[in-house]
Design a binder for this molecule. Structure first.
Ligand SMILES: Nc1nc2c(ncn2[C@@H]2O[C@H](COP(=O)(O)OP(=O)(O)OP(=O)(O)O)[C@@H](O)[C@H]2O)c(=O)[nH]1
Ligand SMILES: [Mg+2]
Ligand SMILES: [Zn+2]
Length: 313
């Protein structure tokens, strides 16, 4: 992967070649964009061209949170809106828990402050297509002239769009990964962990806890999470999505989520735990073993090999 640390044997220094003998253990690993050993993600969104869609930004933030890496947020193309609009976005994103850096190629911006938080770090620059990721990296890395997109057409995808992941060295120390833009991040977390990816929920759970450990914060008895924050709707939408994904995995027999659908008081589909945690663990092991057996097509052989107590096979 881009970002891997490797041991090279028989280096041919003159020919600038060598054989990779081993890939050292990774301290982090991202699938999309594929980068190893990164410290943080710099999420770049344009305020205009393309117009900032708060729901899309929210999805990218959730995806970024699920990596466990530090998150920085930059809003680019600040020159395309007025100061009042910038201030409104700043306030809004601070409420979400992500104070943004405002950037612009064409007017004074917060480039210096951003630079300080990048130095010495390995940073993945990610975000939708055409927001100015490559333009920003050109600015951060002197003498670099990455080709930037000439946006055209309805999709805003043009020529010179970035098509691969590459690391660049900052003069202050640290590395930046330019990545191809993508527009719809997919999630792979469980409904119960989703809440941890919203700073608004994390903040509320610092001093209080919900009554149930697997609470989904949808109005369960003694839930400690309020509903009066802007992204609560986004939370519910993503929750329903990851819940459905898990049900699909369930039906394929991969693992039992322990959740079932019910109709909530406000007419929306809600998920609720369907089994006690202990029983749920037992169920899930059995279904996992079942799936493995189906895969190999020899349930009997497998049961013999595992024995009846082979729980963690
Ligand atoms: N007005 C304005 N335009 C900008 C700014 N930064 C970048 N652009 C323009 O936005 C377009 C896209 O820039 P890129 O840097 O190629 O965007 P990208 O995010 O790397 O795009 P992909 O590689 O497709 O993901 C280019 O035409 C840039 O000139 C800015 O601060 N203000
Ligand atoms: Mg690019
Ligand atoms: Zn709760």
């Amino acid at each position: 992967m881009v970002g891997d640390r490797v041991r090279v044997e028989e280096a041919d220094w003159a020919g600038n070649r060598g054989a990779i003998a081993a890939v050292l253990p990774r301290c982090s690993e991202l699938d999309r964009p594929p980068v190893a050993n990164a410290d943080q993600i710099l999420l770049v969104f344009a305020i205009e061209e393309p117009t900032l869609d708060p729901h899309q930004l929210s999805r990218f933030l959730v995806k970024a949170e699920s990596t466990g890496l530090r998150i920085l947020l930059a809003l680019s193309k600040g020159d395309l809106v007025n100061e009042a609009q910038q201030l409104a976005w700043r306030r809004r994103l601070e409420d979400w828990g992500y104070p943004p850096y405002f950037l612009s190629l064409y007017q004074a911006d917060e480039f210096e402050a951003l630079l300080r938080s990048l130095s010495g770090q390995i940073t993945i620059v990610a975000g939708p297509s055409g927001v100015g990721k490559s333009s920003l990296i050109n600015r951060l890395v002197p003498d670099l002239t990455l080709r930037v997109a000439t946006v055209s057409g309805k999709l805003g995808r043009g020529r010179h769009t970035t098509r691969h992941v590459e690391l660049f060295e900052l003069p202050q120390g640290g590395l930046l990964a330019d990545t191809p833009g993508f527009n719809q991040p997919a999630f792979d977390c469980s409904p119960e962990t989703l809440g941890q990816y919203f700073p608004e929920i994390r903040r509320q759970l610092v001093h209080q806890r919900c009554q149930f450990g697997n609470c989904l914060h949808q109005g369960e008895p003694n839930c400690a999470v309020q509903k009066d924050w802007e992204r609560y709707g986004d939370y519910r939408v993503v929750l329903a999505e990851v819940g459905l994904q898990q049900q699909v995995r369930d039906r394929q027999g991969v693992v039992d989520t322990g959740l079932k659908e019910k109709n909530g008081s406000d007419g929306q589909v809600e998920l609720e735990p369907k089994l006690a945690p202990k029983r749920f663990r037992r169920e899930s092991r059995r279904s996992r073993r079942q799936e493995f057996a189906n895969l190999t097509g020899s349930l009997q052989d497998l049961d013999l090999a595992l024995g009846s107590g082979g729980e963690d096979a």
